[in-house]
Ligand binder design. Structure first.
Ligand SMILES: Nc1ncnc2c1ncn2[C@@H]1O[C@H](COP(=O)(O)OP(=O)(O)O)[C@@H](O)[C@H]1O
Ligand SMILES: O=C(O)C1=C[C@@H](OP(=O)(O)O)[C@@H](O)[C@H](O)C1
Ligand SMILES: [Mg+2]
Length: 169
């Protein structure tokens, strides 16, 4: 992989990852989409029928396989959190980009979307507590931090592409 996007739900990993891959004229992979395709059922169903632990196993295995490919990888919000996954990311030496968003922006982006089991399960306080609990893990894994509040995906992609170009000079 040429770049991996991490961060909490709603920070824009899927949206920005797709646009970044287009900008870089490379492939885009979204870990959640790969898991759903492999499992043949949506994430909400995997969580409901098999539990979160099963999802996390699928996520780790899919991450391991996908890191070996070329392109841009959008992770899920929980991917960079576990020590095992953080090790996979560090060992791959891929540039890791942490997209951040304020609490308010995060809620606005995820609240009306029923596709995220953790958003459905948790109340607002619980969701924001999870966001703050995870932040140090994202920070630890990140090579670049990009704020996304009041910025368009185009602006975010341009910042990341410039940073990547400088790294490879
Ligand atoms: N920079 C942005 N500005 C405005 N809306 C955004 C931005 N990035 C993402 N969104 C919107 O927020 C929602 C969540 O984005 P998504 O890419 O699914 O995030 P993630 O994959 O990190 O959970 C989507 O509706 C998307 O269109
Ligand atoms: O934060 C999490 O634990 C999760 C985030 C989701 O991805 P997005 O961050 O793309 O919504 C998805 O992997 C799953 O619902 C669990
Ligand atoms: Mg996503």
């Amino acid at each position: 992989m040429q770049a991996v996007l991490i961060g909490f739900m709603g920070c824009g990993k899927t949206t920005v990852g797709r646009a970044l891959a287009t900008e870089l004229r490379t492939e885009h992979a979204d870990l959640d989409e790969l898991i759903v395709a492999e499992a043949g059922r949506p994430i909400t169903t995997i969580f409901a029928d098999s539990g979160e632990a099963t999802f996390r196993r699928l996520e780790r295995e899919t991450l391991r396989q996908t890191l070996a490919r070329t392109g841009v990888l959008s992770t899920g919000g929980g991917t960079a959190v576990s020590a095992a996954n953080a090790e996979l990311l560090a060992a791959s030496r891929v540039p890791v980009i942490w997209l951040t968003a304020s609490d308010q922006t995060t809620l606005a982006r995820v609240q009306n979307d029923a596709q995220r089991p953790l958003v459905n399960q948790l109340d607002v306080e619980g969701l924001l507590a999870l966001k703050h609990q995870r932040a140090p893990r994202y920070e630890q894994a990140a090579d670049l931090v990009v704020a996304t509040d009041q910025r368009t995906p185009v602006q975010i992609v341009s910042q990341i592409a410039q940073w990547l170009a400088l790294r490879t000079e």
